[in-house]
Design a protein around this ligand. Structure first.
Ligand code: ADP
Length: 151
């Protein structure tokens, strides 16, 4: 899907400059599948996820983006997995809350704690969902889904 390729390409320079390997793995899309989205808003979601992935990774880490199609309901699922610092079991359920930032020790890493809360609102407005999987010290995956329509 062109939108995903374009979103991916926009952050190649940032990841390259951060010394992070950045790869895209995209499933074959069906020509009849249509996404109806506000592209600027979806870019805001994607940018936030990527910037967090860069911020919480160090040189030599990697970020893998996967785009897959799921059935019932038919949807596009974009998953951004990094091999960075990860999130503890205790913090994980709260990262989509407004102003939530993980531990004081990371508070100098910048950010308002709003990014993922806004991302969640945007994704839900589009009829999709957003979720996270992570373990402290073992990287983080943030995924979001967007409904597909048949044309
Ligand atoms: P911020 O603007 O402070 O980054 P977010 O709402 O985007 O706020 O994220 C909330 C918190 O979730 C962050 O402060 C960070 O601790 C944690 N987080 C988000 N993405 C990642 C990630 N890829 N790796 C580790 N921690 C993350």
């Amino acid at each position: 899907m062109t939108m995903i390729r374009q979103l991916f390409a926009k952050y190649e320079l940032d990841t390259q400059n951060a010394g992070i390997a950045y790869t895209l793995n995209m499933a074959q899309m069906n020509a009849q599948d249509m996404l109806t989205v506000d592209v600027d808003r979806i870019e805001q979601v994607y940018a936030n996820i990527i910037y967090n992935a860069i911020k919480f990774s160090t040189r030599g880490c990697s970020i893998q983006v996967q785009a897959q199609i799921r059935d019932q309901p038919r949807e596009l699922v974009v998953r951004v997995s990094d091999t960075g610092v990860g999130i503890s079991e205790e913090d994980l359920p709260h990262i989509f809350e407004r102003f939530y930032k993980v531990s004081k020790s990371r508070s100098n890493s910048g950010g308002s704690g709003l990014g993922l809360a806004i991302a969640k609102e945007i994704v839900q407005y589009h009829g999709g969902q957003i979720w996270a999987e992570s373990r402290l010290g073992q990287g983080c995956s943030i995924s979001f889904s967007l409904p597909l329509h048949r044309i």
